[in-house]
Design a protein. Structure first.
Length: 539
């Protein structure tokens, strides 16, 4: 189920109706069921992974801090896993119909889950009796290890196997390990990082562990941001879910506007640019310098509109339920330096990597050489987080090199000079810095979008040696994209200089109404494109 689909509009309407008529605790249970329906719409079998992650981190966090669980806190995760193993791993889900397996192998997950859950409960008295330090290390490693293990198997196993085979073959060794025939769960990186950060925060005593299993399950499966973020911290989201929420007209109106603006960016612009980008990056023929420039520039805006649209819609839908999510994007293409870019782009991931990887490695408190090593480590991991392909790692390394390079050169626009006489010069420098870094960012998106290292090499060579070749084979973007992209650039320019996302409040209602009408019209025009999944679903 994707946001830009009729199914989601129906789903949202039904969910919102029941939310308004139910009391607080029933609201939470209904939202939890809605989260499972929303995620299970792609593949019900993958719901077992969410429930496994939920039960794991709920129990690990309580054992980290309290050292014990109440009978209810043991029973609910245990029963949930056993029931999930039956419903999502044993029962056959195909073509909308359900049937039990007819062979003994199809029944294995169910007794297997019972055996594992039973063994853990038998070991529970011994785990409680462990010394505190030993117990904390055990459950911290269990949470991190199992979460990363699940992520590694489903997202990276085939990638590393293929890479190892290619490396051995290049050395003259024939090796064939074989791939696992597994399907990548939608958004697995997002919800894994979200629940894992909860356990880490509990271990560091930044937050108290959640004692209600269903509230924590809702935190792990809150449907607006479940599959493509933002990656919300427990300290921000859990308090909002564990107490009654107040719905206000202002929040509802702002939520509807965020949904409208997100659909405009996704349906009118991102999907309208996709075909043009694909004609160049999926081409098997020759392309020109202008083709590479134009397609890369359009992809730069396609991925921004696609990803930020999801965050906008997620934030808008959450507002309808009285929940505030963090802003995941703050005008990233106005950045002057790579450090500023990562304070504006995918903020929930960049802050996650800062808090749980960069700072524990020493951050800026170590020697200069180690700072550069930490920056490269974080960005390489950030690149690998995006997908199981070497071009993503290269993209991460490229941004790591930019961070190191700008730091080495001492380029920093965060400090303001107080000399007003140099105002014009300062503006010129800022604009020049923004243009230069934007060009560097665009080349990074070439690395990200390319289908192979050979394509990266070919397109880089074309950029350097075919300068001035203005022949264009790229297909023309759709009309909604041609109209919507300049409108978006104008809108964000006003927002940037106003310094607030609510800058439009100062304009008369007639102008705001015209804006809403134009956005709605462009969305309607954009629906002529086939609904496309959001790019970041694969991450």
């Amino acid at each position: 189920m994707i946001f830009n689909s009729a199914e989601f509009l129906i789903f949202l309407g039904i969910t919102y109706f029941f939310y308004r008529v139910l009391p607080f605790r029933a609201q939470n249970l209904m939202l939890l069921v809605a989260g499972y329906v929303f995620y299970g719409w792609w593949n019900p079998r993958m719901l077992f992974l969410i429930l496994l992650t939920t039960a794991l981190d709920f129990c690990c966090a309580l054992m980290l801090r309290k050292g014990w669980l109440t009978p209810t806190q043991r029973a609910l995760p245990s029963l949930s896993l056993v029931l999930a193993s039956f419903l999502f791993l044993t029962v056959k889900w195909s073509g909308g119909s359900l049937e039990l397996p007819i062979d003994w192998q199809g029944w294995l997950p169910f007794p297997g889950a019972i055996a594992i859950v039973g063994l853990i409960n038998l070991l529970y008295p011994k785990l409680v009796a462990l010394p505190q330090a030993q117990r904390q290390k055990l459950f911290l490693f269990a949470s991190i290890g199992i979460n990363l293990g699940i992520l590694g198997v489903f997202k990276y196993f085939n990638f590393f196997i293929d890479s190892a085979e290619a490396l051995l073959q290049s050395a003259g060794v024939n090796a064939s390990v074989g791939n696992l025939n597994i399907l990548l769960p939608v958004g697995i990186s997002f919800y894994t990082f979200q629940t894992m950060s909860y356990t880490l925060d509990v271990y560091r005593e930044d937050i108290e562990p959640e004692e209600k299993f269903f509230d924590f399950a809702l935190f792990a499966a809150f449907f607006p941001q479940l599959v493509a973020g933002p990656i919300v911290r427990a300290s921000d989201l859990l308090p909002q879910l564990s107490r009654p929420r107040t719905l206000t007209l202002e929040n509802s109106v702002r939520g509807i506007y965020l949904i409208l603006f997100g659909l405009f960016k996704k349906v009118a612009i991102a999907d309208g640019l996709a075909a043009s980008v694909n004609t160049v990056y999926n081409s098997t023929g020759t392309v020109s310098w202008l083709d590479v420039i134009a397609a890369t520039l359009l992809f730069t805006f396609q991925i921004y509109c696609d990803f930020s649209a999801y965050s906008d819609i997620a934030r808008g839908v959450s507002k309808l339920f009285g929940v505030e999510l963090m802003n995941n994007f703050r005008l990233p293409y106005f950045s002057k330096t790579p450090s500023e870019f990562w304070q504006r782009w995918h903020i929930s991931l960049s802050t996650w990597l800062r808090d749980y990887v960069y700072i524990p490695l020493g951050g800026n408190r170590v020697s200069t050489s180690r700072i550069y090593g930490n920056l490269m480590t974080v960005m390489l991991l950030g690149g690998l987080w995006h997908g199981a392909a070497w071009n993503y790692v290269l993209w991460g390394g490229y941004h790591g090199a930019l961070l190191c390079g700008y730091r080495l050169l001492g380029i920093d626009f965060s400090k303001k000079t107080g000399d007003s006489r140099n105002g014009a010069i300062a503006i010129l420098k800022a604009v020049t810095a923004t243009v230069i870094f934007f060009a560097l960012t665009c080349y990074g998106w070439l690395l990200f979008r390319a289908n192979s290292f050979n394509q990266i090499a070919d397109y880089t060579r074309i950029l350097l040696t075919d300068v001035g070749n203005l022949s264009l084979s790229m297909s023309k973007p759709t009309l909604p994209a041609l109209i919507g992209l300049p409108l978006l650039l104008l809108y964000e320019t006003f927002e940037y200089y106003a310094g607030t996302v609510h800058f439009y409040d100062r304009y008369p209602s007639l102008i705001r109404g015209a804006l809403y009408a134009i956005l709605t019209l462009l969305i309607i025009m954009g629906t002529s494109n086939a609904p496309a999944q959001f790019i970041y679903f694969q991450f």
